[in-house]
Write a protein that binds this ligand. Structure first.
Ligand code: MLT
Length: 404
C-alpha cells in the first residue's frame, strides 16, 4: 500500500483565499440580488497596459511562423528579459545584480513556496505574524514546522515575530536564532513597511547569525516614501545572506498572465555550497521556463512607454488605497498601511474577531475583505482591504461601510 506525505494531513482547513471564496460563493447563491464588492484577495482589476498587450500580440504572431516560432524557453529565462530586469530593477537602483543571478519563473507565489526545497529538513523558519500563508504552508508540506496547536494557532517549530500596532508592524529579532527568515516589505497583509535602516539591521543580523533571508518584494512598485528599500540588495552585505522574490502581478497586472523571478546572488553560499547553483539545478529539473509570449510581455514592462503606463496604473490603485484609508478614518476606524502598499489593515471595531467582522461586512455591506487572523494569530482583531478593485467599486464599498 502506498503512503502519503503525512505533512499534508497536518494542514488545518483549506488555503485562506479558497475558504473566503467558498464563503462568498455561498452568500451570493443565497442572495442573488445583492451586488457583492470584492476587496478580499489582492487580485488586480485593471486591464493590461497597452504596451504589454502590443508585446503579447507581436509575440503571438511570431509563434505563427516557422522562422520565429519558439519552443521550450531557456529554463532560467530568456536573456532579453533577464537583461532588462538586471538593468532596470537593479543596476538603475544602484544594486549590483547581474542577469545570470536572475531566475525567471511563472510567479512569486510558486517561487516563495518552492524556494524552501533547497534547504535542510531541520531548518527553523521565522515568519512575521501576520504573514502571507504560503511561506508557512509550504514549509508544513515539507515537514519543517512541527505540529499545529489549534488553541494558539501556531506551529511548534515556527518562530513567530509578531507585527502589531504596538511595535509599528516592525518585527523584532527573535529570541531563538532562525535558519530561514521570511520577510515581505512592503508587507502583505499589513500594508506597512520598514525603513531601509531597519532592513539593513536584518541583513546584518542574518550575516552575523548564518541565517538566510527570503525577501518578498512583490509590492515594491507601490513604495512612495524615500527611506524604504525597493530591493534588499540596496543593503550592504545582502548578497551573502538574501534571496529576493519578485512578481509582475502587482506592478504590471500579471495575476492571470503569470510571471515572476527570483534573485539568487553568486556570493550566497552555505559553507562552500552555492545556493545559486542549487536553485539553477532545481529550476532546470523541475521547470521548463515561462512562456515566450509572457516573457516578451514582461520585457515591455521595462520599455519607456510600458513604464509610463504602469506608473499610471500603480497611481490608480494607490488612489483607491487613499480612498479606503480616508473613508475608514472618517468612519472612525483605526487604519494602517496604504502608503507604500496597496493594502489597508484596519482594527476591527468593538473588539470583534476578524471572522466576525468578515461576516458582518459581507452580510450588512456586501463587501468582502480578508480576516486578519487568516494570516496568523497576531492578525486577530485586524482586517485587510485591498486597493486592487476598480475606483467605482472602492468608492461604493466605502459608502456602504460608512453607512453601517
Ligand atoms: C493576497 O491577496 O494576499 C495575494 O493576492 C495572494 C497572492 O499574491 O498570491
Amino acid at each position: 500500500m502506498y503512503q502519503l506525505n503525512e505533512n499534508y494531513q497536518k494542514l488545518p482547513g483549506s488555503y485562506l483565499f479558497s475558504t473566503i471564496a467558498k464563503k462568498v460563493a455561498a452568500f451570493t447563491e443565497a442572495n442573488p440580488d445583492k451586488k457583492v464588492i470584492r476587496l478580499g484577495i489582492g487580485d488586480v482589476t485593471q486591464p493590461l497596459a497597452p504596451a504589454i498587450i502590443e508585446a503579447l500580440h507581436k509575440a503571438v504572431d511570431e509563434m505563427a511562423s516557422a522562422e520565429t516560432f519558439r519552443g521550450y524557453a531557456p529554463d532560467l529565462g530568456y536573456d532579453f528579459l533577464r537583461n532588462a530586469i538586471a538593468e532596470h530593477d537593479y543596476k538603475a537602483k544602484g544594486c549590483d545584480i547581474s542577469a545570470d543571478e536572475i531566475f525567471v519563473s511563472d510567479g512569486a507565489k510558486s517561487d516563495s513556496a518552492n524556494i524552501q526545497e533547497i534547504f535542510g529538513a531541520d531548518c527553523r523558519i521565522a515568519v512575521t505574524d501576520p504573514v502571507y500563508p504560503v511561506y508557512v504552508d509550504s514549509n508544513v508540506m515539507a515537514g519543517r514546522c512541527g505540529d499545529y496547536n489549534y488553541d494558539t494557532q501556531m506551529w511548534s517549530r515556527v518562530i513567530y515575530m509578531p507585527c502589531t500596532k504596538e511595535n509599528g508592524f516592525a518585527p523584532a529579532f527573535p529570541s531563538e536564532t532562525p535558519d530561514m527568515i521570511y520577510l515581505c516589505f512592503p508587507n502583505n497583509p499589513t500594508g506597512t513597511t520598514i525603513t531601509k535602516e531597519q532592513l539593513q539591521a536584518w541583513v546584518d543580523y542574518a550575516n552575523k547569525n548564518g541565517s538566510v533571508i527570503l525577501y518578498d518584494a512583490a509590492y515594491e512598485a507601490y513604495i512612495s516614501e524615500d527611506n524604504v528599500a525597493h530591493s534588499i540588495y540596496e543593503c550592504e552585505g545582502a548578497k551573502t545572506c538574501a534571496i529576493e522574490l519578485r512578481s509582475f502581478s502587482k506592478n504590471a497586472g500579471f495575476t492571470g498572465v503569470r510571471l515572476g523571478f527570483t534573485v539568487v546572488p553568486e556570493e550566497l553560499k552555505c559553507g562552500d555550497v552555492s545556493l545559486h547553483a542549487m536553485w539553477a539545478r532545481r529550476h532546470g529539473t523541475k521547470f521548463n521556463g515561462a512562456p515566450y509570449i509572457v516573457q516578451r510581455a514582461g520585457e515591455a514592462v521595462y520599455s519607456e512607454t510600458g513604464k509610463a503606463q504602469l506608473k499610471e496604473q500603480v497611481a490608480y490603485y494607490m488612489k483607491n488605497a487613499n480612498t479606503i484609508k480616508n473613508g475608514l478614518q472618517a468612519a472612525g476606524y483605526e487604519v494602517f498601511g496604504g502608503v507604500n502598499a496597496p493594502y489597508i489593515w484596519l482594527k476591527t471595531p468593538d473588539g470583534m474577531t476578524s471572522w466576525d467582522f468578515f461576516d458582518y461586512l459581507l452580510e450588512k455591506a456586501n463587501v468582502v475583505g480578508t480576516p486578519g487572523s487568516g494570516f496568523g494569530p497576531s492578525g486577530e482583531g485586524y482586517f485587510r482591504l485591498t486597493a486592487f478593485g476598480s475606483y467605482e467599486n472602492t468608492v461604493a464599498a466605502l459608502e456602504r461601510i460608512q453607512a453601517l
